[in-house]
Design a protein around this ligand. Structure first.
Ligand SMILES: *[C@@H]1O[C@H](CO)[C@@H](O)[C@H](O)[C@H]1NC(C)=O
Length: 295
């Protein structure tokens, strides 16, 4: 894994983007545009300042074991964390991954595998690294970070205000986002006809920490994006995204508003069937009336 070296990211406007990045321990985050909604497309990545020495075979071996364990786990679970101590406790490495809640297992495993190769290319020889793809998050460090809430802003992106935007749409957006804060679980979706929203926490957070993190992300996305759309805000341990105007969906099937659409279609079919039934009853009644009157 550590030997695979995909292309390094060198966005031209890195210094400009630095102003958005307030990460304390991860010093060279390299965001890039994430216009594709594909599961493995890159959102952001970063590496710790600390490097392990090239002849620290123990750390390299532990890191390799850690990534292998995480990859194996991603075939059956959408979240897991491991610590690999190996022979020397000073070479301990901690890591976790979190797949987006709607990803089926094979896609989760493919995404974590992708992020591991991204990290290998992005952060060769560093003690810590983090990468966020559309479908999954992967992080490792030699300092434990499990269960630690992290609300540092790592990446944000806002679209322009849509033309002819009605004020009700912004109110609906705020309502959907506020619903995400209250919603249960690590993966939250909400939406109406013109707004779609989602939130995802990393699985090591408690319910309260997730609530708090999503609350902060919602506050920041409203503040940062104003009336713009779509809006994305990624904090250290959670993120929030929304789109307006019934545009493309972030999510796979099996989520809130796809279900809503299903319910609408179902209601429409039931309505049609009821109309046909009423028509048949009416026609039968007419036939009987005519048959009766002709006697
Ligand atoms: C992480 O690694 C760096 C560099 O090798 C070291 O200075 C630091 O003490 C390590 N931290 C922990 C918690 O082991």
């Amino acid at each position: 894994m550590a030997t695979s070296s995909p292309t390094l990211f060198s966005p031209p406007s890195l210094s400009h983007l630095f102003t958005f990045l307030l990460c304390l321990s991860f010093t060279h985050l390299t965001p890039c545009q994430s216009s594709s909604s594909s599961t493995v497309s890159f959102v952001y990545g970063g590496c710790s300042q600390l490097k392990y020495s090239p002849d620290d075979a123990a750390y390299a071996a532990n890191l390799h074991s850690l990534l292998t364990a995480l990859l194996n786990s991603a075939t059956y679970s959408s979240y897991n964390h491991f610590t690999v101590v190996g022979s020397s406790p000073s070479a301990a490495v901690h890591g976790l991954y979190q797949c987006r809640g709607d990803l089926p297992m094979p896609e989760c495993a493919a995404c974590v595998s992708h992020s591991a190769s991204r990290l290998a290319g992005l952060c060769p020889g560093t003690c810590g690294g983090v990468v966020q793809l559309q479908g999954c998050f992967l992080k490792y460090d030699n300092e434990s970070f499990f269960g630690v809430e992290d609300k540092d802003l790592l990446f944000k992106k806002c679209g322009p205000p849509p033309a002819g935007l009605a004020p009700e749409v912004m109110a609906a957006r705020d309502a959907v986002l506020d619903g995400l804060v209250r919603g249960p679980g690590l993966y939250r979706v909400g939406g109406s006809r013109e707004v779609q929203g989602m939130a995802q926490c990393v699985g090591d957070l408690s319910t309260g920490q997730c609530q708090d993190c999503v609350g902060e992300a919602v506050k920041q996305v409203k503040m940062a994006c104003g009336n713009g759309a779509p809006g994305d805000v990624y904090l250290g341990k959670c993120y929030v995204r929304y789109t307006l105007g019934g545009g493309r969906s972030y999510f796979n099937s099996n989520n809130g508003y796809i279900k809503n659409m299903g319910v609408k279609t179902f209601a429409l079919i039931i309505g049609l069937l009821a109309a046909i039934a009423i028509l048949i009853i009416f026609l039968t009644f007419l036939c009987r009336t005519f048959a009766g009157s002709s006697k």
